[in-house]
Design a protein around this ligand. Structure first.
Ligand code: APR
Length: 265
């Protein structure tokens, strides 16, 4: 692995102008389950892989309290790990321009990254289903709302969830601002522009099966970018990678930063 890390670091140091594309794998070492891995959310509830959490909850209303309490707990307690922190350092030291993430856990912000495109939204933000107004939640407010929802669902049907969701000033129902399958993906046009203009794209912890996010490495390649992938195993994107580094993001990324800094001396 060290030889691969070394080559990737040389490229990053030489070229800069990178973009990082992340998936749930980068947050798995923060205690947040991935989706399609063994034991992941969609491993247990197969419909989720194409329909997302709302489909799973509608299909398994009796499991909704368990699914949601696990979901809310891990998102509330999740902290940035060395993978998130390393990516923030790469941005601060000028080697990458932006992070494009499929994750809704806000951990790139918490780690100190600033130029972030959240393609699938952010769970700590609410969006009104009537007027689309958005409101950010603190982790405490999010956790309190989550407990209220879980408590309600242990007593009442899943359909009545709208009774306990927060209300907007326009009286509309506000729901967590994540992008459900089939909904438009915010920031995708800017993300494609970033991908097309970068010199390298580092793909971290995604199975690469959900579009339009999974099309971004192709856009990067079409712009002549060098593709580095870090994953525990090969993904649907590995064949596009110039370098595939097999390992945990939280272990590989700190090694990569160390090598980039060594080459800066
Ligand atoms: N380090 C690096 N890679 C990891 C780690 C780790 N510690 N742990 C898991 N992985 C890899 C897995 O090998 C897998 O390739 O992360 C990937 C996780 O894949 P998925 O569970 O499919 O998650 P993701 O690619 O982010 O899913 C994309 O699907 O359901 C939708 O909206 C949801 O944003 C999500 C999208």
């Amino acid at each position: 692995m060290d030889k691969l890390v070394n080559s990737a670091a040389s490229f990053i140091k030489k070229m800069g102008n990178g973009v990082v594309l992340t998936g749930s794998g980068i947050s798995s070492e923060s205690g947040i389950a991935t989706y399609r891995d063994k034991g992941g959310l969609w491993d247990k509830y197969k419909e989720g892989s194409t329909g997302g959490i709302l489909t799973v909850l509608a299909n398994y209303p009796d499991d909704a309290p368990d699914i949601l309490s696990g979901f809310f707990e891990s998102l509330y307690h999740g902290k940035p790990n060395p993978g998130h922190v390393g990516i923030a350092e790469l941005e601060k030291e000028g080697f990458i321009n932006s992070v494009i993430t499929q994750n809704i856990d806000g951990l790139h912000y918490d780690a100190g990254s600033s130029n972030i495109y959240e393609l699938h939204g952010n769970i700590f933000r609410l969006k009104c289903m009537n007027c689309s107004k958005k409101t950010s939640l603190s982790k405490q407010q999010f956790y309190k709302m989550g407990n209220k929802i879980v408590d309600h669902l242990t007593k009442y049907s899943f359909e009545s969830i709208f009774d306990v969701l927060p209300k907007c000033s326009c009286k509309g129902v506000m729901r967590p601002d994540f992008v459900s399958f089939g909904e438009p993906v915010p920031d995708i046009l800017e993300a494609v522009k970033e991908a097309k203009s970068c010199k390298f794209m580092m793909i971290v912890g995604t199975s690469g099966v959900v579009y339009p996010a999974a099309s971004l490495p192709q856009h990067a390649k079409s712009g002549g970018a060098y593709i580095i992938e870090i994953n525990m195993e090969e993904s649907a994107l590995t064949k596009q990678a110039d370098i595939f580094i097999q390992g945990k993001a939280g272990e590989v990324i700190p090694k990569l930063i160390e090598k980039v800094r060594e080459k800066s001396i």
